[in-house]
Structures are given as structure tokens and as C-alpha cells.
Design a protein around this ligand. Structure first.
Ligand SMILES: Cc1ncc(COP(=O)(O)O)c(C=O)c1O
Length: 456
């Protein structure tokens, strides 16, 4: 056997083409073998199948069928967000055009830690980050691996501006990566401000800002993980301004509403934030990873400046080679901006807004279906595309067991969330292709699973 072919270079496209045929065939075969939103049989059955397909992973002599075998196994054992009954998490189905663009990113393999590894990709990244920053009223943006890294970076930048005595205050509804960010940044224990109705209570925030000595960083959420709720941003921004507190908004989920004329007003107040976490692998139909952190004061980014002679020597920078090292705490970095830029340009604001409107409308339709169904209880009308519901009169134990039954039979993927001290099933609707009949089917499956858990 000769040397294995490369993905880029003059022969790259010709050598990739038959391999892509293999991948696409394996995706089709694996998806058909699965049949539903996730594989039946639970973890043991899936592990057994994957183990069998993997065989020996580092054999003495290679296996030319490995690509087909392993892609088939992965597709067969996937929780497929493109299946309308796969609706648990902020785990969306990527657009075909974004995935195709991501193939080019993998083939060309630019690395965004120095210009000599990514001449065009770094120029495109600068254009895209500025365009997306403008959407939130900010001046610049960094590319991250998602909401978690954006939140971590926001806390780090705030600490660099205000010192290690910075006190972090977040709603009790904040994503778990927020208190973790305080831990990573070596800050004092953060303060969880009550969020009794699922959103941060501005009066309680005011009380905490008055009681706890600053400097303060307040973290609000636009699109909570559990219920898709949006904190009252204008009121929170007002309290922050009154107390001289810095504001970060975690809009990892809700940020996608910016593309929709109908839903954008829900994010009023976002422009007052010092930093905003966006994440287009949630409400943006991108393959993971597609995170951003927008920054209002570009001076905040000075804290990330870093020197490594092989990547950003002063004389290279003086001679005009862009210094990319200060754009991230990471070194090697994929051009995740390519798929995002291709998506934005292909669909335009109108096309993306229509997708947002569609999934929000699905959530409203699903909520209405639940509300009129005698066997179910709706938690609240949806704000974005998350719907919490539960079988009427079921115990929390039953709700949890019903969810696991759906998972292990491979029937449906629903999430779980605690609200008002009760356990709820969570449907996070991110698939614009979902049909009304799919939503009705979801409820029918829950009812059937419930039968197996109801004492007769
Ligand atoms: C509100 C919120 N912030 C941050 C994150 C973390 O995002 P990621 O998983 O992309 O790091 C999530 C994930 O669901 C989220 O819901």
C-alpha cells in the first residue's frame, strides 16, 4: 500500500470524492438501521455494537473498510437531532450547507493562532466577528468553542479589568458553567441571586449589589437551559448601571433570536452588556463548535495579549502580519467561522429569521397541544422553543422513569428539568422541519411509556 492520500492540495478533491461517497453511504445505512431518533436497547446494547464494529482499533495492519464500518456504527448509534422526536437538549440539527463548509475547514486545516497558518481564514474571522458583534451592539467578538468557553472568558476578562476581588452575582437560573467560571478564575464564591419565577429577580439583585462590596460582575441569562426564559435585561442593566457593576449576558441559547424581526425585541437590553455569550450551535443550526463572545470595550481584550516568538514576533507584527494570539486563550484553533459565514451569507437574515420563527412556532403549537390534552400539564407558555410538561398527576419518579423508557426503547429523546420543585419533561424544539403530526406523536409516545409505569 502506498502512502495514504491527503485531503488538500491539488489532488485533495479527487481523493476526497470517493471517500465522501463512502461516508454518505455509511450515514444512510446507519441511519436506516437505527430507524428512530436514537438506538434502542440502552447503553449496554449500544456499547456492544460499537465495540464489535471497532474491533481492534490499532491493528498491526490497517483495515480499508474502517471508514465505512465506523461511520455506519456512529450513525446507527447516534441520537439524531434531525429526527423530529429527538428534542431533549440545545443540541440542534446542523444545516447541510454549514456541514459542507465545515468539510472545507477540515480539508484546508487553517489554524488561527498565526497569520502564516491561516491567511484568508484570519481575514474572514475578523469580518465575521465584527459583523456578529454589531448584532449585539458590541464592537468586537472572539470565537469560542461554545457557551461554556464564552462564559469562562467573560469572567476572565472581567477579573483582568476589576481585579481578583471581583464578586460574581448570577441568577439561580444560570448555566452551571457560570459558577464554574468563578472557580476557574480564582474568584471568591459567587452569589446566586434568587430566580423564583425562573428569571433573575431584579429587586433581589439590587439588594445583593447593595449588601455585597464590589467590584461586581453580574451575569444574566437570555435563554435559560431548563426553560428557555429570558431574564429582564433592561431592568438588570439599569441596576448594574446604578451600582457601577459590569454586566455579562449569557445569550448562548437566546442569541439566535437576533436574526428574527418577530422575536428580536425579546432581547432588548442586550446592547447594555459589557460582554455577551452567543452560541450558534444552539439556535443557529451549526455543527459544534460555533461559539462567540462579543465585547463592547475593545480595551478589555488587551488582557489576552500574549507573546510567543514563533507565532507573533514583534518584528513580524511591526511589518504588518496580523497578531492572532491575543484572540483566544487557545493556541491551535479551527476556522469555525467558515461554516457560520457560509450559513449567514447563504440564508441571509431573512432565511435565518424564518428558521427561528419556525421553531418558536413549533413550541407554541406543542404547548397548545399539551394545554388542551387532559393527560398532560403544561408548565408555562414558551418564550423561545423550550416546552416543559408532565403527565398530569404523575410523581417525579414516574416522570423520570418515563423519560428513561423513551430513551432505552429508542422512541424519543426528551430532556428533564426541575421547576417549581417538581420534575418536568423538557422538549427543546430546534428542528425547523418538524411537522405538527410529529408533535402529536411525541405526546402519544409519552402516553404509551406512561402506561408501563402506571400501577393498575
Ligand atoms: C444558557 C447556556 N449557557 C451556556 C451553555 C454551554 O454551552 P456549550 O455546551 O456550548 O459550552 C449552555 C448549554 O446548554 C446553556 O444552555
Amino acid at each position: 500500500m502506498g502512502l495514504p492520500p491527503l485531503a488538500s492540495g491539488p489532488h485533495g478533491p479527487d481523493t476526497l470524492r470517493p471517500l465522501l461517497d463512502t461516508v454518505l453511504d455509511a450515514l444512510r445505512t446507519g441511519t436506516a438501521a437505527r430507524g428512530g431518533p436514537l438506538p434502542a436497547g440502552g447503553p449496554d446494547a449500544v456499547t456492544a455494537k460499537v465495540t464489535k464494529a471497532a474491533g481492534e482499533l490499532l491493528p498491526d495492519h490497517g483495515d480499508p473498510d474502517a471508514l465505512h464500518t465506523l461511520v455506519t456504527a456512529l450513525a446507527e448509534g447516534a441520537a439524531d437531532p434531525a429526527h423530529p422526536l429527538c428534542a431533549a437538549h440545545l443540541h440542534g440539527p446542523p444545516l447541510a450547507v454549514a456541514t459542507a463548509a465545515d468539510l472545507a475547514a477540515s480539508a484546508l486545516n487553517p489554524s488561527l493562532d498565526s497569520w502564516d497558518q491561516a491567511p484568508a481564514a484570519s481575514a474572514l474571522e475578523a469580518l465575521l466577528t465584527h459583523a456578529l458583534a454589531r448584532e449585539t451592539g458590541a464592537t468586537d467578538a472572539l470565537v469560542t468553542t461554545g457557551g461554556t468557553e464564552s462564559n469562562h472568558l467573560a469572567v476572565l476578562l472581567a477579573r483582568e479589568t476589576h481585579g481578583a476581588g471581583l464578586r460574581l452575582l448570577h441568577g439561580a437560573n444560570a448555566h452551571h458553567s457560570v459558577p464554574r467560571a468563578a472557580w476557574l478564575a480564582g474568584l471568591p464564591e459567587p452569589v446566586a441571586v434568587p430566580a423564583p419565577a425562573g428569571t433573575l429577580d431584579p429587586a433581589a439583585l439590587d439588594e445583593a449589589l447593595t449588601r455585597i462590596p464590589g467590584p461586581h460582575l453580574v451575569i444574566a441569562t437570555a435563554g435559560t437551559t431548563d426553560a428557555g426564559l429570558i431574564d429582564p435585561l433592561p431592568e438588570i442593566a439599569g441596576r448594574c448601571a446604578a451600582h457601577g457593576a459590569r454586566l455579562h449576558v449569557d445569550a448562548a441559547y437566546g442569541g439566535g433570536l437576533l436574526f428574527s424581526d418577530r422575536h428580536r425585541p425579546k432581547l432588548t437590553g442586550l446592547e447594555a452588556a459589557d460582554t455577551v455569550a452567543l452560541d450558534l450551535h444552539k439556535l443557529g443550526w451549526q455543527p459544534i463548535a460555533a461559539g462567540l463572545l462579543t465585547v463592547t470595550d475593545p480595551d478589555d481584550l488587551a488582557a489576552l495579549h500574549h507573546h510567543a516568538d514563533y507565532l507573533n514576533a514583534d518584528d513580524d507584527t511591526d511589518a504588518g502580519l496580523p497578531d492572532l494570539l491575543g484572540r483566544s486563550p487557545r493556541t491551535s484553533r479551527r476556522p469555525d467561522i467558515l461554516k457560520i459565514a457560509v450559513t449567514l451569507k447563504t440564508l441571509g437574515r431573512g432565511g435565518l429569521g424564518a428558521l427561528v420563527d419556525e421553531v418558536c412556532a413549533h413550541a407554541e403549537r406543542f404547548a397548545a397541544l399539551i394545554d388542551t390534552h387532559p393527560a398532560f400539564e403544561l408548565h408555562a407558555p414558551p418564550t423561545i422553543s423550550t416546552v416543559l410538561f408532565r403527565p398530569a398527576h404523575a410523581t417525579d419518579t414516574t416522570v423520570a422513569a418515563v423519560r428513561r423508557t423513551l430513551l432505552t426503547t429508542g422512541t424519543a429523546v426528551l430532556g428533564r428539568a426541575r421547576a417549581d420543585d417538581r420534575l418536568w419533561l423538557k422538549a427543546t424544539l430546534l428542528n425547523p422541519h418538524t411537522q405538527p403530526g410529529d408533535l402529536a406523536a411525541l405526546l402519544t409516545h409519552v402516553e404509551s411509556a406512561l402506561e408501563g409505569h402506571t400501577p393498575r
